[in-house]
Design a protein around this ligand. Structure first.
Ligand code: ATP
Length: 668
């Protein structure tokens, strides 16, 4: 059964920032020495700058306007020198500290990105079929880049400003506790404003990020080669533009909202900041009037200090917002990292030794149901828990599913059992949607069976190491995937250390060598994204060359449904025959002519294995295969070739098979 993790709203609420902070700390652990240096630099620079207001007080009270006599120019000279040197030293420390934080932030971000990429590589096929590529890309690119600021600027800013605020606060108390009390009374006003607007801004930040992922996904879908083909073929350009425009409009709206919320916040805070010194002067006047000794130097130093307190406080508030935004981004990244790959290796899984492998495949009472897509914030159905951004793996309806319960939706395979002997060529036939591809996906563990067992050489595939299963099973899919690169690299993908001679031999065996030499750049020809610069037949033969180079013991062939011209068909067919030689092959055959020589043919209908046998046996049985066969050959001329002796079960046709008759092979 698929793994079930259901989180309640309480659990979601509990999974707030603390664990996230812990994980961020873990991410920074390798850089702790540099971080300690950063802390030392920050504290030194902040302490140094906090001395300056005291120098200002001394300038006023002792150097410029001493209690007796004129200005003390010597003292003034020293004080001014100190006031010049201190900021320069602090700035130099700041530059060094910036280098350190930037190095730490970018390295940690690179670590996170690599970890995420490696983790996604481990995810099962089902994850990618259910998740938009653009959303994944956005998480890797935008979200990870978004959190870099928290690791570089924000973390230092918090430390720097906290130290400055503390130092300034102590200095203010030392100068005048009464004025400090007044400043502290005014401060909560900012905090209330900050809390209110901050929450709204955080919500908007998440929505904006999600809407951005959505837009990236639309762009990826619509502007990819397949997307553009689809929209052109079905004349959907206007609809695509409309979809993009709507997402774009929403994005613009969110951006304006976000900017306005930020602006309101600063406007309110700035107004309060302007009012504070004015009120301080009033208070000072009242204090002096009441007989408290308060020098001009103290007042000047105090207002400088409270400004020094206010600016870092304002930054700390901004930082809080940045941290909240970044934490939301971190949560989204961790959400992906927390996804457990559904297809994993059991502890102590045995390694299938390639040289010992016989290549027997067995399905024992296999039931299979496609897993429900996992829900992720910003990817699939994000509105459900959009505010929390926390992962829910299965929808509620099936969340309580246990082994005793029937899954709610249909089975793709139902009780399939069969065996393919080593070296045999087995073919699967059946109508579209019968479950043919699904059957083949279970062998290399693209999916795991829901019930029953798939065995290779008598071993349950789930007991084998993932690496050895991938090495044992090669696949030529219906639509071979070619990446943007040279033909040589595309063939060598299966065996990066292959020699040029091996690559050429594989290409020769796949009947594509001559064609490759026909290209101006030969093996160095760039295939173009997803091989769009090559014809269907060429792509298929390149995919066959790739699998021949891999030389797996078991081969799965998903025959292309698109029709090829007779010559190409012959070339592909020959290549396939060579590919199946000396290995166990399971072929999904759409053109029944191609599988007449199969050792075993499996007829599948609606997820059930309805019949099995050789071409002759199945024709004679007159079931699904015979029906498909006659459908393909039509009821005219081809039937006439089998006029003596093949008998179909419904008695509608009686004809005699002629095993030597190959005419059918060229007919479709
Ligand atoms: P065709 O000849 O058209 O390729 P097929 O026999 O190979 O068809 P499968 O692709 O195995 O059929 O599909 C079997 C059933 O499983 C179909 O009903 C299909 O809709 C369903 N199915 C296939 N892939 C998925 C998926 N990723 N998630 C959910 N259901 C799926």
């Amino acid at each position: 059964m698929p793994r079930v993790t259901h989180l309640t709203d309480e659990e979601i609420a509990a999974s707030a920032d603390e664990p996230v902070l812990g994980r961020i700390a873990a991410l920074l652990r390798p850089y702790r020495v540099k971080l300690v240096l950063v802390a030392v630099a920050v504290v030194t620079a902040a302490t140094l700058t906090s001395i300056v207001p005291f120098l200002t007080k001394a300038v006023f009270d002792d150097a410029l306007f001493p209690q007796s006599g004129g200005p003390d120019l010597e003292l003034l000279g020293w004080l001014v020198a100190a006031m010049c040197v201190i900021p320069i030293v602090a700035a130099l420390i700041g530059i060094g500290q910036n280098w350190l934080t930037s190095t730490v932030g970018n390295s940690a971000m690179a670590d996170l990105r690599s970890e995420l990429f490696a983790h996604l590589q481990k995810m099962e096929l089902a994850f990618f079929t259910a998740t938009k590529t653009g959303a994944i890309q956005s998480r890797l690119a935008n979200d990870v880049a978004g959190v870099r600021t928290v690791l570089t600027d924000t973390a230092t800013s918090i430390l720097q400003n906290s130290v400055t605020v503390t130092a300034a606060f102590i200095a203010m108390v030392l100068l005048s506790w009464q004025l400090t009390v007044l400043t502290l009374i005014l401060m909560p006003i900012f905090i209330v404003v900050q809390m209110r607007v901050g929450k709204r801004r955080q919500r908007l930040a998440r929505k904006t990020q999600e809407s951005l992922s959505e837009m990236t996904a639309i762009t990826e879908e619509a502007l990819s080669v397949s997307g553009i083909l689809l929209s052109k073929v079905f004349n959907r350009a206007d609809a695509e533009v409309g979809r993009y425009r709507e997402a774009n409009r929403q994005q613009a709206h969110l951006q304006v909202d976000q900017a306005m919320t930020g602006r309101t916040f600063f406007a309110t805070v700035q107004a309060s900041f302007a009012i504070t010194p004015a009120l301080l002067y009033l208070m000072a006047g009242l204090m002096i009037n009441g007989g408290t000794a308060l020098t001009a130097g103290t007042l000047v130093a105090f207002t400088t200090l409270q400004a020094r307190l206010q600016m870092p406080l304002l930054q700390l508030m901004r930082v809080t917002l940045d941290v909240q935004t970044s934490l939301a981004l971190f949560r989204r990244i961790f959400e992906y990292l927390d996804l457990e790959p559904a297809i994993t290796e059991r502890p102590g899984a045995s390694h299938l030794d390639g040289s010992q492998l016989r290549g027997e495949i067995e399905f024992s009472d296999v039931w299979f149901q496609y897993p429900e897509p996992r829900e992720l914030s910003g990817t699939v159905n994000r509105d459900r828990f959009g505010e929390t951004g926390v992962r829910i793996e299965r929808p509620e309806e099936t969340a309580d599913l246990d082994d005793d319960q029937e899954p709610t939706s249909g089975w793709a395979l139902r009780g399939v059992s069969f065996k393919v002997q080593p070296g045999q060529l087995a073919a699967i036939v059946g109508p579209s949607g019968a479950g043919k591809t699904t059957m083949t996906y279970l062998v290399p563990r693209f999916y795991d069976v829901t019930e029953g067992t798939v065995l290779i050489d008598g071993h349950d595939v789930r007991d084998l190491t993932l690496g050895s299963v991938s090495e044992a099973v090669g696949m030529v899919t219906q639509e071979p995937y070619l990446f943007h690169g040279t033909i040589r690299d595309n063939i060598a993908y299966a065996k990066p250390d292959a020699t040029a001679a091996e690559i050429e031999q594989a290409a020769r065996d796949a009947n594509i060598h001559d064609r490759i030499l026909g290209f101006a750049d030969g093996y160095e020809t760039i295939t173009g994204e997803r091989g769009y610069r090559l014809s269907g037949g060429e792509k298929q033969r390149l995919a066959i060359a790739r699998v021949l180079l891999m030389d797996p013991r078991i081969l799965i062939l998903d025959e292309a449904t698109s029709s090829l011209d007779t010559e190409t068909e012959r070339l592909v067919q020959e290549a396939l025959e060579r590919a199946t030689h000396n290995r166990t092959t399971i072929a999904i055959a759409h053109r029944l002519s191609t599988i007449r020589s199969a050792d075993m043919i499996f007829g599948v209908e609606d997820g059930v294995l309805v019949e099995q046998g050789s071409h002759e046996e199945l024709l004679e049985a007159g079931g699904l295969y015979a029906r498909l066969y006659i459908e393909q050959f039509g009821s005219g001329q081809i039937e006439a070739r089998f006029t003596d002796g093949v008998r179909f079960a419904d008695g509608s046709l009686m004809c005699e098979r002629d095993p030597g008759d190959r005419r059918a092979d060229v007919s479709f």
